[in-house]
Design a protein around this ligand. Structure first.
Ligand code: ADP
Length: 641
């Protein structure tokens, strides 16, 4: 029979699983049980909506151990899989490009060796799922029969070298049986324990207690032999089938009964995450809508979070029955990173997606959910800044996009969650903290934009504004300036870029002085503007420079930084929006005297100087210069004179 190859990424994933030095190999069981529970959920939902005559009591998940054969089996009478589904679901990680993406991000971020097979943070981004079976098994067989089909198939694999699928017989009507051939012990690893009854029992109660279908296993029990002497009893082993889980959904329990550990373990098993969540929100509400909601903020952004593939949404339950895997309407886009579920008694089981969109209850719920997520984040921001900064690093961009994409409508909800790097505090601060420190005379919130904190610190304008004692917010994310433009002001204090031409920081005296100097040199500046053509709107002297000879400022609504962001976006290459630029020259820099000398004596050289100074200003601003070869030619010409 032909052996099929795993898709490249699945293969990498498998390698990671097989070679994993992860000490928590035991989580494989939680992953497989969770898959079984999902499969049963699907069939139960189908039975309720299509009336196929199955009831809740008909469903179960069954675990059995054959110690000598080193086999552990997990069976569920859920929806099952056909041949194509086996191929699709177990042969391919559906998320194409994901691993590459993750490697790029890791590589770029901290230059860590992203290819390290044991880098668990990499696996953590995927959700571990079915492949975790290979952490403990040398061979995995899946027999599955889709509900309503009369054909069963066997999927089999011993790891990276591929898998086979073939028709087979099976002893059940529908569902999935997963057979794990448990690895032999090694010097470092005890795999035998996964064949021990007590271990399986304890794993189920640790990770899968909440599963709402019985997880049954035949267990041995020592009982006194019938008829044996009461004072001196003889014992015998009998088998009995036990249900290993309590089946009470965690979200139905009261908060006081639950520890952080309970929440964390539930999250990890339910949402297939290696990492515990950074926070959870558990709310029960009665009134306009009666529901329980349990939501989690992940510690890390999923690998596909900032891609089109990412699907937001909360699981939606109606009185304990899952009716939708990802209900997008329950979550606003700006909180799309939240994972969780909502269980309501008010929703009909048969409600369709279309009907849900207009459902009043759902709207009430989603508003309340949005508020409780925000409150949790605000709480974290004020009580645990370090944790919040970690959160912000992962999901801050999404919140800023939220303000931008809603054209400011989400301002009230989101503006207090924003954080930017502060020039004076040298860490992230909130807008409210900035405003509370503003000088009495200060009317505006100053910010500067650039690719990184280091680049912004080196901007010519920053030096002067800092010297005057003002705090500056450093905007390093592409979306930052667009977001602030949408907000327009915070607590009635407008935002002001220190890279804009009309930054008004001079005293009246300084203004007079600079105006006189500008007037005196009007002809020279007009000549320089003429030489630069439409690259700049005008050239003038400035007081905002200290040690640098020149800088570029923006004079319109579109800043130089925004032009840079737009230029990096994929378009058909036409009609790129351009910022109106002003070339500003430091009145106290020796270069200014040189320019006036050239204007009087050598206008051709002044043209070259204009071009070089303009390009220098662009470079320090982090903007690509229009024509590098022209720039280099002009530089060489000046150097060789
Ligand atoms: P995930 O559960 O995160 O989607 P997995 O790798 O664990 O990823 O599983 C892939 C898919 O295989 C599941 O989404 C599901 O469609 C299918 N699957 C896995 N186990 C079962 C099962 N016991 N019964 C039916 N389908 C299953």
């Amino acid at each position: 029979m032909e052996k099929k190859q795993f898709q490249a990424e699945s293969k990498r994933m498998l390698e990671m699983m097989i070679n994993s030095i992860y000490t928590h190999k035991e989580i494989f069981l939680r992953e497989l049980i969770s898959n079984s529970s999902d499969a049963v959920d699907k069939l139960y939902y189908k039975s309720l909506s299509e009336n196929i005559g199955l009831s809740r009591g008909d469903f179960e998940i069954n675990i059995s151990i054959a110690k000598d054969a080193r086999v552990l089996t997990i069976f569920d009478n859920g929806i099952g899989m056909g041949k194509d589904e086996l191929e699709q679901n177990l042969g391919i990680i559906a998320k194409s490009g994901s691993l590459q993406f993750k490697n790029d991000v890791l590589g770029a971020k901290d230059d860590k060796n992203a290819n390290d097979l044991n880098d668990l943070s990499v696996i953590g981004q995927f959700g571990v799922g079915f492949y975790s079976a290979f952490m403990v098994s040398s061979n995995v067989e899946v027999i599955s029969k889709a509900y309503g089909s009369d054909k069963a198939y066997l999927w089999s694999s011993s790891g990276v070298d591929g898998y086979t699928i073939e028709p087979c017989e099976c002893d059940f009507e529908y569902g999935t049986k997963i057979t794990l051939f448990i690895k032999e012990n090694t010097d470092d690893e005890d795999y035998d324990e996964f064949l021990a009854e007590y271990k399986i029992k304890s794993l189920v109660s640790k990770y899968s207690d909440y599963i709402r279908y019985p997880i049954k296993m035949e267990c041995s029990k020592r009982v006194p032999k019938s008829g044996s002497d009461e004072d001196n009893p003889q014992f015998e082993e009998v088998k009995e089938i036990l249900t290993l889980n309590s089946m009470i959904p965690i979200w139905k329990k009261s908060k006081s009964e639950l520890s952080d550990d309970d929440y964390n373990e539930f999250y990890k098993s339910k949402f297939h995450d290696f990492n515990a969540p950074i926070a959870h929100v558990h709310s029960k509400t009665e009134g306009a809508a009666t529901y329980s909601a349990l939501m989690f903020i992940p510690q890390k952004a999923p690998y596909d979070f900032y891609t089109k593939e990412y699907e937001k949404g909360l699981q939606l339950y109606s009185s304990g029955v899952m009716i939708m895997e990802k209900c997008a309407d329950l979550l606003p886009d700006h909180f799309s990173f939240v994972k969780g579920l909502v269980d309501s008694d008010d929703l009909s089981l048969n409600i369709s997606r279309e009907m849900l969109q207009h459902d009043r209850q759902l709207k009430v719920m989603s508003k309340a959910i949005e508020r409780s997520i925000k409150n949790e984040l605000k709480k974290m921001q004020s009580t645990d800044r370090e944790k919040y900064a970690e959160f912000w690093g992962c999901f801050g961009t999404q919140i800023k996009f939220g303000i931008y994409n809603s054209f400011g409508a989400a301002r009230e909800m989101l503006q207090d969650l924003l954080m930017f790097y502060s020039s004076s505090e040298e860490k992230l601060i909130t807008l409210s903290e900035y405003v509370s420190r503003m000088k009495e005379s200060q009317k505006e919130i100053y910010f500067a934009s650039g690719g990184s904190v280091a680049r912004i610190s080196a901007l010519p304008q920053v030096e002067t504004v800092k010297d005057k004692g003002f705090e500056i917010l450093y905007l390093t994310d592409n979306v930052d300036e667009f977001c602030l433009q949408m907000l327009n002001a915070y607590e009635e204090k407008p935002f002001k870029s220190i890279q804009s031409a009309d930054l008004d920081l001079e005293t009246d005296e300084e203004k007079q002085e600079i105006k006189a100097k500008n007037d005196d040199n009007k002809a020279m500046f007009e000549f320089m503007k003429e030489a630069l053509g439409d690259k700049v709107s005008f050239v003038r002297l400035s007081q905002k420079l200290k040690s640098h000879p020149v800088c570029i400022s923006g004079s319109g609504a579109l800043s130089v930084e925004m032009e840079k962001v737009l230029a990096a976006m994929p378009t058909d290459g036409q009609n790129r929006a351009k910022a109106d630029k002003v070339l500003e020259i430091n009145a106290s820099h020796p270069i200014f005297d040189k320019l006036t000398f050239l204007f009087d004596n050598d206008k051709e050289t002044l043209k070259l100087y204009s071009d070089i100074l303009y390009n220098q200003a662009l470079l320090i601003e982090g903007v690509n210069i229009d024509d590098p070869s022209d720039f280099v030619k002009n530089m060489s010409e000046i150097l060789s004179r």
